[in-house]
Design a protein around this ligand. Structure first.
Ligand code: CIR
Length: 256
């Protein structure tokens, strides 16, 4: 085992009432979404991660996207305050689950932040300023984390829901990026792989050890990743993509 744990939650039967910002609503097949979510959980397990699978919540359509409720670091966790009102109560449930593992900090109004807007690279946190996450959240996170040796950097995001729709980490010093949605200059000292321009949503990957979990929907970008020597486990994440969810959104992965 890797010593890594992943918190996940099964897909809500109310997933068709999910929030949507940049996508037109299309019917989501709940059973197919559940099957794909199980495949995702198996991908995590295949990489040696211990997976906690929480029960589905009928009252919380977007609760499968556990990433948005918290940011888990090695020495603490931040419980977020999601930007969408329908999602604000998801955080209490996740705080209960994380309580045994980490000291918790809580984001307070007027700040809002979704975990999908927070990219952690070592001791640096990049926070997307988006329709969900604001500068007050950056300042509260700086207050919590500066004494622990972290730095917190706001980054402007346009055209997509979250920072991690536009950029994720795929290696120690390496980011996968859609440069039309976020400026590479916001990440000094990092190296980049650009997505294939025909695959706008291809910048979201889950890094687990020296592998990534990656959607099968992006074969052109996958070629670029493999050419760079990145090992990947492909999953079909197409049903939850209709809910504007990507692969990082469905888990909170951290060192036990
Ligand atoms: C929402 O709009 O909040 C959900 N339908 C999708 C959230 C996806 N989460 C993520 O990218 N971290």
């Amino acid at each position: 085992m890797t010593g890594l744990i992943a918190i996940t939650r099964q897909v809500s039967p109310a997933i068709n009432q999910c929030e949507l910002t940049h996508l037109e609503r299309q019917p989501i097949d709940w059973q197919r979404a559940q099957a794909q979510h199980r495949e995702y959980v198996e991908a995590l397990r295949s990489l040696g991660v211990e997976v906690v699978s929480l029960l589905p919540r009928l009252d919380l359509p977007d609760s499968v996207f556990v990433e948005d409720a918290a940011v888990v670091l090695d020495d603490c966790a931040i419980i977020t305050r999601p930007g969408a009102d329908s999602r604000k109560s998801e955080t209490d449930l996740i705080a209960q689950v994380l309580f045994p593992y980490r000291r918790l900090f809580h984001i307070q109004a007027p700040a809002t932040v979704d975990g999908g807007d927070v990219l952690v690279v070592g001791k640096r946190l990049f926070v997307g300023i988006s329709s969900r996450s604001n500068q007050d959240a950056v300042e509260q996170m700086q207050g919590f984390l500066t004494p622990l040796g972290y730095t917190v950097h706001p980054v402007k995001v346009t055209g997509c829901l979250h920072l991690k729709s536009a950029v994720t980490q795929v290696g120690e010093n390496l980011l996968l990026v859609n440069p039309t949605w976020v400026d590479r200059d916001g990440f000094p000292g990092m190296q980049f792989i650009d997505i294939d321009p025909s695959e706008a949503y291809a910048a979201n990957a889950v890094l687990v050890g020296d592998h990534i979990i990656y959607p099968s929907a992006f074969p052109q970008t996958r070629k670029r990743l493999e050419a760079a020597g990145i090992k990947l486990v492909a999953v079909d994440a197409s049903e939850l993509a209709k809910a504007e969810g990507a692969v990082t959104c469905c888990s909170l992965v951290f060192n036990k």
